[in-house]
Design a protein around this ligand. Structure first.
Ligand SMILES: Nc1ncnc2c1ncn2[C@@H]1O[C@H](COP(=O)(O)OP(=O)(O)O)[C@@H](O)[C@H]1O
Ligand SMILES: [Mg+2]
Length: 341
């Protein structure tokens, strides 16, 4: 069997990515596909419905045996990456280095990168026909796809090459300050101890380069073969985030197969007549909802026309879709889906 088929569900925060990923997973599994859903920080009740456990490895659903679900560790980032790609002793030194913490804070792509590495390990394990991947919020959507390139650029990047030379140098070469005016100057300015710690950090980080660049290329390969689905609502902020997937998507991602408008009001509310003698307050309310349905419909149609992309609409349900049956309803009550599995 080839590596599993993968669906990547992305979009702005709060639009329903986790819900849609879970719903597609439940649906595919109920149609007999051996499916793994990888969620990110699901709401409590949703996690319970999927049978996922915090920090645990993917588990088989107690009732739906074709379904497994796991949680991508959204706190995992540099520590995981360092432990995966550096010798244990180097990794220990890296994670306790003070600059390491600064790098964690200032380089959020590491979080997306760590999640992507984890996700593709499951795709490559070939245990499932289909792997549905929810994307981490820190990624803000598109950054999930650019994280591998940014990560390998960082660990093998120019700043580090400047500090450590073309190849990973021995310590003596690095601390041969006479040969490097920049280092000599920094030494006087900052004190040699600080400089030494920076240099140590740079060298240690650099040792992860081979592993990180190899996995980055693998991640990008999986991204290109995956089906990308962009989720949005008709509101301006998520819509402009969704538009970025069509204007700025790096060539490592496949063109989105559909844009999913979630929490959609019924299209037949547009232009609906308000019966005579409807009490004023109620009539006002209905007019407001009619206007909102109208606005949503225009936003949807405008988006689909502008980017020539198939549209899927999911209705605004009256309760949070958090159990198996309401999750299936999310898929069933949507307008036509493209072929996904
Ligand atoms: N179609 C829908 N109708 C009603 N509530 C929804 C719908 N889709 C998602 N929700 C609810 O909206 C909230 C945000 O959804 P979630 O999937 O967590 O978004 P994201 O993962 O993009 O941050 C959750 O409480 C979820 O249950
Ligand atoms: Mg989510």
């Amino acid at each position: 069997m080839m590596a599993s088929k993968a669906i990547v569900v992305t979009g702005a925060g709060g639009v329903g990515k986790t819900t849609v990923a879970a719903a597609l997973g439940v649906k595919a599994a109920s149609q007999g596909k051996r499916t793994l859903v990888l969620t990110v920080d699901p709401a409590r009740r949703l996690a319970d419905a999927l049978g996922v456990e915090l920090g645990g490895r993917p588990r088989r659903h107690p009732e739906l045996e074709t379904l497994s679900a796991g949680m991508l560790d959204s706190a995992a980032s540099w520590i995981t990456v360092a432990r995966r790609h550096a010798d244990p002793e180097v990794a220990d030194r890296l994670v306790t280095n003070e600059f390491f913490e600064a790098a964690t804070i200032h380089f959020p792509a590491s979080q997306s990168y760590a999640a992507a590495e984890e996700a593709i390990a499951y795709i490559e394990s070939r245990k499932w026909d289909l792997v549905v991947i929810d994307t981490p919020p820190a990624a803000g959507g598109i950054e999930f796809f650019t994280a591998p390139a940014r990560m390998s650029e960082l660990v093998g990047g120019r700043l580090l090459r400047l500090l450590t030379g073309g190849r990973i140098p021995g310590r003596t070469a690095l601390f041969n300050r006479g040969a490097k005016p920049l280092l000599r100057f920094a030494d006087q300015l900052l004190g040699s101890d600080l400089l030494e710690r920076v240099a140590q950090f740079a060298m240690d980080l650099r040792t992860t380069y081979d592993g990180v660049s190899r996995r980055s290329r693998a991640i990008e390969g999986h991204f290109r073969r995956a089906t990308t689905l962009v989720v949005t609502t008709a509101d301006p902020a998520p819509l402009s985030e969704a538009a970025r997937f069509f204007m700025e998507l790096p060539d490592v991602a496949s063109a989105p197969k559909a844009v999913i408008f979630n929490r959609t009001l019924p299209a037949d509310w547009v232009g609906a007549a308000i019966p005579p003698r409807t009490p004023t307050a109620l009539a006002d309310n209905l007019r407001r909802w009619e206007a909102e349905a109208h606005r949503q419909r225009d936003a949807r149609n405008g988006f689909a026309a502008r980017f020539r992309v198939p549209l899927v609409t999911i209705p605004w349900l009256t309760e949070d879709p958090t159990d198996r049956h309401t999750l299936e309803a999310v898929v069933d009550e949507a307008s036509a889906w493209p072929d996904l599995w």
